[in-house]
Design a protein around this ligand. Structure first.
Ligand SMILES: N=c1c2ncn([C@@H]3O[C@H](COP(=O)(O)OP(=O)(O)OP(=O)(O)O)[C@@H](O)[C@H]3O)c2ncn1[C@@H]1O[C@H](COP(=O)(O)O)[C@@H](O)[C@H]1O
Length: 105
């Protein structure tokens, strides 16, 4: 199992934990708006790190963003597999467009 899938599973398990011992449970106890707001904050921190930080800052902020996005997806009952399938679908679409462009050359 890959890293993101493992993290998705851990997040799903930790939702039922005590908010006192689990950050995931603490976020869920605050509700969907707080989880969504957290994704927005982490995205802003990614932008700041990309424009004004070191590479290590961006790595850390990107990890925070991906983690919080997985928490948000879980809260909305959207599986990571669905997001990956959408990316695969787009790859397929862009492959078809590229192929069509090549045959017109
Ligand atoms: N990957 C992460 C992860 N990344 C970031 N964070 C937490 O996200 C928070 C973000 O930090 P911030 O400074 O932005 O926020 P904060 O001030 O600490 O908290 P709030 O403002 O949101 O209250 C920190 O508390 C980090 O510990 C994470 N917390 C948990 N995980 C994973 O989730 C698993 C389950 O965690 P628990 O639910 O705590 O058991 C862990 O085993 C990890 O694998």
């Amino acid at each position: 199992m890959d890293t993101l899938s493992r993290l998705e599973e851990v997040i799903a398990q930790r939702r039922a934990a005590s908010p006192e011992t689990s950050y995931v449970a603490k976020l869920h106890a605050k509700g969907l708006p707080a989880i969504a707001q957290k994704v927005g904050e982490e995205a802003t921190e990614v932008v700041i790190a990309a424009l004004a930080g070191e590479a290590a800052d961006l790595t850390g902020e990107a990890a925070d963003l991906i983690f919080h996005l997985l928490v948000l997806l879980g809260a909305k009952d959207i599986a990571l597999a669905d997001v990956l399938a959408e990316l695969d679908r787009r790859e397929g679409v862009s492959g078809i467009v590229e192929k069509a462009a090549r045959t017109q050359e």
